[in-house]
Design a protein around this ligand. Structure first.
Ligand code: ADP
Ligand code: MG
Length: 264
């Protein structure tokens, strides 16, 4: 694998939002963490690496349209040229669309295929304070590229039965990525999502997750809120759609936590 050049002090900190389980809040967390970091005055790029393009659709009315991360990964267009501006939150977006599914097959033979995205982002990371990568619900080529490109990984865990199920596999993948990058361990933060304070289930899950994962779990929990599910339908982030709601507040606090650990 090609060595990734050393991070400069003023380069963006790249976070991959990852969990091979679907529906745990990866996309919602990507979009709203990015919005909250942007609201703190940070320059933020969202990279949508899920062929479903949910983050792109949420942030860009009309979806990817052209270019996007597919062309960037294929080397047809520079990342800088492919970036689109989100209309309301002031976030830059490298959008995804269904074509992205094909990239895995198209890039099958190339050397260092796990580090394609990392290489493509090298040239633009100094333009941002944070890059947040949304990843697909499978541990294939795209998710590995997200993890290799990232300095840190944010793992949403939904407050539900068997919340920890599948995490062993994710951790094994993180160990593999650490080995690829010549690191001892991938730095990570877990965040509990869809927390419902009215149910015992949620508090049981919280206790179990904190017991197992300890200090790496964000202090902030993201509450379950109808406005969160509603916001993308309006083409808005939750911070725009329900600025004073509990979920917006939680994502703002999460952004503070993320900013605080990012340089450690
Ligand atoms: P993933 O990207 O991991 O598949 P999503 O971010 O798309 O997960 O979230 C899965 C579903 O749960 C979506 O329908 C989303 O609207 C909903 N959801 C996510 N977070 C919350 C929340 N805090 N409150 C209510 N619904 C949520
Ligand atoms: Mg998603």
């Amino acid at each position: 694998m090609r060595m990734i050049s050393k991070t400069q002090i003023d380069d963006a900190v790249i976070w991959a939002v990852a969990n091979q389980k679907g529906g745990v809040g990866k996309t919602v967390t990507t979009v709203n963490l990015a919005a909250a970091l942007s609201a703190m005055g940070k320059r933020v790029l969202v990279v949508d690496l899920d062929p479903q393009g949910s983050a792109s659709n949420n942030l860009l009315s009309g979806g990817a349209g052209w270019g996007g991360v597919y062309g960037v990964m294929r080397g047809e267009i520079g990342a800088r040229e492919a970036v689109q501006k989100d209309q309301c939150a002031g976030i830059d977006v490298l959008a995804a669309d269904e074509d992205l599914v094909a990239v895995e097959v198209e890039l099958v033979g190339i050397v260092g295929r796990e580090a394609v995205l990392a290489g493509r982002l090298e040239g633009i990371r100094r333009l941002y304070d944070y890059v947040v990568i949304d990843s697909p619900p499978t541990m294939g080529f795209l998710a590995i590229n997200a993890l290799v490109a990232a300095d840190r990984v944010l793992v949403p865990i939904q407050c539900e039965y068997m919340a920890l199920e599948g995490l062993t596999r994710l951790m094994a993948t993180l160990d593999r990525v650490a080995a690829l990058k010549g690191l001892e361990r991938i730095k990570r933060m877990y965040v509990l999502t869809m927390y419902d304070q009215r149910t015992n289930l949620s508090s049981d899950v919280v206790r179990e997750v904190r017991e197992h994962l300890g200090g790496e779990v964000a202090k902030t929990m993201i509450p379950r809120a109808i406005k969160v599910a509603e916001a993308p339908g309006f083409g808005r982030t939750v911070l725009d759609h329900d600025p004073w709601g509990a979920a917006s507040l939680a994502y703002r606090v999460l952004a503070e936590e993320v900013a605080n650990v990012s340089r450690s």
